[in-house]
Design a protein around this ligand. Sequence first.
Ligand SMILES: *Cc1c(COP(=O)(O)O)cnc(C)c1O
Length: 420
Amino acid sequence: MRDETKCLHSGYTPKNGEPRVLPIVQSTTYVYDSAAEVAAVFDDPTKGIIYSRFCNPTVMAVEEKIADLEGGVGAMCTTSGQAASLLSILNICKVGDSIVSLPTIYGGTINLFSFTLKKLGIECIYVDSESSDEEIKAAFKENTKLVFGETIANPALKVLDIERFANIAHQMGVPLIVDNTFATPVLCKPFEYGADIVIHSTTKYMDGHAVQVGGVIVDSGRFDWTNGKFPELTEPDESYHGVCYTETYGKMAYIIKARMQLMRDFGVYPAAHSAFLLNLGLETLSVRMRQYCENAQAVAEFLEGSDKVESVIYPGLKSSPDYELSKKYLKGCSGVISFIIKGGREAAARFMDALSLASNEVHVADIRTCVLHPASETHRQLTDEQLKAAGIDGGMIRLSVGLENVEDILEDVKKALDSI
Ligand SMILES: *Cc1c(COP(=O)(O)O)cnc(C)c1O
């Protein structure tokens, strides 16, 4: 199946007389005929469903759809994108370990990496994508367990050279984890370029309608965890009757461990109803993504031509330093544009207030056009240095172009620029 078809049909195929639409299985628990059968499911969690803290048929149908779209062997949904980032890392890192990350990532992820992971004893080493391969490799430590980056960085909109960072990670014996939130598998499938694990905030384009916070971790099944660096996957798990994940589950080792160990213990699993809503969004993901790209390209080109605008960051613009990377990795550059208004913070605020169609809200990737001022909103906890490293200027506006008629969006933007 192609993506459009997967969006509609993967994960759930009704049998004779069953509901056409994915049913909401609103039950915390599942009935078995005998104690022996329950025991068997406990022994091998792939054999059945026990308890909705870590598995539920509605959620699992959505997991299968997302895994299929990304080309992975399995997926696990979480209650937020933040939970997905956290668990994707805790699954292979513990106190005393470190991770290597690009600094051009989501503000919430920077907080998680720089402060909360640090408190858990996991150090984050930031590397610059402008550095040479040798410089980047020199930043790794003996205890480094993974490399992290975003396909299209939020909000810096830098495009990750996935192949390059996958090669570096693999040469250092660790996996590349890619946050593919802004691209979605419709615009980029990071596994095709060597990424090992993909995560998403499904809150954004996947849900698409701003109704449900969620996340997902997808496993490519391709990373070799038996290289000696990941004993938690290769040695008996004493919290799970001595199972060796790589031995028992092979290619599914990472994602099964995430579910059976971390989801069991942290319980950040979405409710069935949340998964149902996410599935509605996924059904139209392909067609929506195409339109987001088309609308955003037109708005980016308009902004670039305006004398009120200092610069526009959108990888689909020929002037973008990431234009070549976008051609290589992306089927379209998604719906988010960052631009810097002449006149800094004040002019940015005036522009935001003068918009009438686009709403001022802390969200991106909504079906409706929305704007955000990162320096005073999402990234306000960051120091000036961190802001700079994340690629954010005081006058920067993040415009998430929606699916309204593009002429209406352009008129609104033009009117707001004229008011400055
Ligand atoms: C929003 C976002 C997150 C965090 O997701 P939540 O669902 O808000 O927890 C992570 N990564 C990226 C790129 C995001 O845009």
